[in-house]
Write a protein that binds this ligand. Structure first.
Ligand code: SAH
Ligand code: SF4
Ligand code: F3S
Length: 433
């Protein structure tokens, strides 16, 4: 028998792309492709791209440029571009990059095997009526005790800066029964923690199901110890979801709740449809339901029209909330979005603000980690540590923890006492059962 063909996948962008890459690898697996980490031996290279900021998109073109010598050496090499840049630029990619054979948008992944078999160069950026996930093979490749599960895709929010509603299309929720089936199957194969994914995951609604109801039902699956979800929009934090944080022990005390800005003027210009005060009151209600919850967020600095006072309002909001961590980005004008029409803030000003905000967030992250020293945490081991006798996993708050544990195995969920805090992780010692 001939050697199996080899597939090299590179994933950019968000966790939904990570999930999609896994599913595409499985679809190609059914066609006889095995995944490789070695680019030089690949028969097919698939770049699963992100369009969110200019830098992310440009990365695709520099990576494609670097593939040129390989393609020259191996003319049979198939090069595919998937993900949000594929959706946004479609045919343009073929024109600009002669070495690309396949351009496939995020809703058409189930058609990838047929595209690979096709002669010549092909583009598919439809939003087909069928559910791509239903047409992809069942999950196979698992990477340890944690897994992602996409429950909702697309976005109807149209924040003025964001490409996602255009690249991923309208909000669509997957039927609850299918998700429960997929979750049970994951748990049967050793998964103990599932992170539910969606561009707007808390807007999940399917035939009378809300995200809270889905979480309660998932919590009934024997062996599923931890449930998380991301990313949430403040306006979709429904009462039943907040209540789930109080009542469902499997739902981890962690919430990524992007706010983008602390200035009402900028929030309005961003079309976020809530005020800073609304967000702060929401945070209070969530903390009342689950006092030990750790909050994280996303921020954009230098949005068109942002004044010093607007930026100060963002800093004030961050001080008031106290985050466990946060991502902050310099505004990037994206073609086709309403904000891209407006005059930008000077780059030096935006740079300065980004630095100030990042310093504040880093200090808060350090404080949140330092507060864990001496505390007991629950850690799900995902890999072995660099040193023998050390295991690495995540705490209930999604903090990375290195645990001294000579008997630990991947997949164990243990109690440990935190002994020290490093810049991006905690050190801990296993507490015997
Ligand atoms: N659906 C999620 C976010 C998806 S994009 C939500 O609404 O929270 C992830 C983050 O990228 C956003 O929260 C935002 O902070 C950032 N982002 C999106 N568009 C951007 C742009 N044009 N420039 C800079 N950052 C951007
Ligand atoms: Fe983009 Fe806003 Fe939708 Fe998030 S809610 S994906 S930031 S449009
Ligand atoms: Fe990027 Fe698309 Fe995700 S633009 S952040 S890969 S939804």
């Amino acid at each position: 028998m001939a050697d199996p063909k080899k597939l090299f996948i590179k994933t950019y962008g968000c966790q939904m792309n990570v999930y999609d890459s896994e599913r595409m690898a499985e679809a190609m697996g059914a066609q006889g492709y095995v995944q490789t980490e070695v680019l030089e031996e690949a028969d097919m290279v698939l770049l699963n791209t992100c369009h969110i900021r200019e830098k992310a998109s440009e990365k695709l073109y520099s990576d494609l440029g670097r593939l040129k010598p390989l393609k020259a050496e191996r003319p049979g090499l198939k090069v595919g571009v998937a993900g949000c840049v594929a959706q946004a630029e479609g045919e343009e990619i073929l024109k600009r990059m002669p070495l690309v054979d396949i351009v496939v948008g995020p809703q058409s992944y189930h058609r990838l095997p047929a595209m690979v078999r096709a002669e010549g160069r092909v583009v598919d950026t439809d939003f087909p009526a069928e559910d791509k996930f239903e047409h992809l093979p069942a999950r196979k490749a698992l990477r340890g005790p944690t897994a992602f599960l996409t429950v909702q895709e697309g976005c109807d929010k149209f924040c003025a800066f964001c490409v996602v509603p255009y690249t991923r299309g309208a909000e669509v929720s997957r039927p609850a029964e299918r998700l429960l089936r997929e979750a049970r199957d994951l748990v049967d194969r050793g998964v103990r923690e599932i992170t539910l994914l969606g561009q707007n995951v808390n807007a999940y609604h399917a035939g009378g199901w809300t995200l809270a109801r889905l979480i309660r039902e998932l919590a009934g699956i024997e062996g599923l110890d931890r449930i998380r979800y991301t990313t949430s929009h403040p306006n979709d934090m429904a009462e039943d979801l907040i209540a789930a944080h109080a009542e469902v022990p499997q739902l981890m005390p962690y919430l990524h709740l992007p706010v983008q800005s602390g200035s009402d003027r900028i929030l309005k210009a961003m079309n976020r449809k809530h005020t800073a005060d609304h967000y702060l009151r929401l945070v209070e209600r969530i903390r009342a339901a689950r006092p030990d919850i750790l909050l994280t967020s996303d921020f954009i600095v230098g949005f068109p029209g942002e004044t010093e006072a607007d930026f100060e309002a963002t800093m004030a909001l961050v001080r008031q909330v106290g985050y466990g961590a946060a991502f902050s980005f310099k505004y990037s004008a994206r073609p086709g979005t309403p904000a891209a029409e407006k005059a930008p803030v000077a780059a030096e000003v935006a740079d300065e603000r980004l630095q100030a905000l990042q310093a504040l967030i880093t200090a808060q992250q350090q404080a949140a980690q330092a507060a864990m020293v001496g505390q007991e945490v629950a850690v799900l081991y995902e890999k072995t540590g660099r040193r023998p006798g050390q295991m690495v996993g995540k705490s209930q708050h999604l903090m990375a923890v290195h645990v001294e544990d000579a008997a630990g195995r991947i997949g164990d969920l243990v109690r440990a006492r935190v002994s020290a805090s490093a810049p991006n992780s905690l050190a801990a010692v296993r507490i015997p059962d």
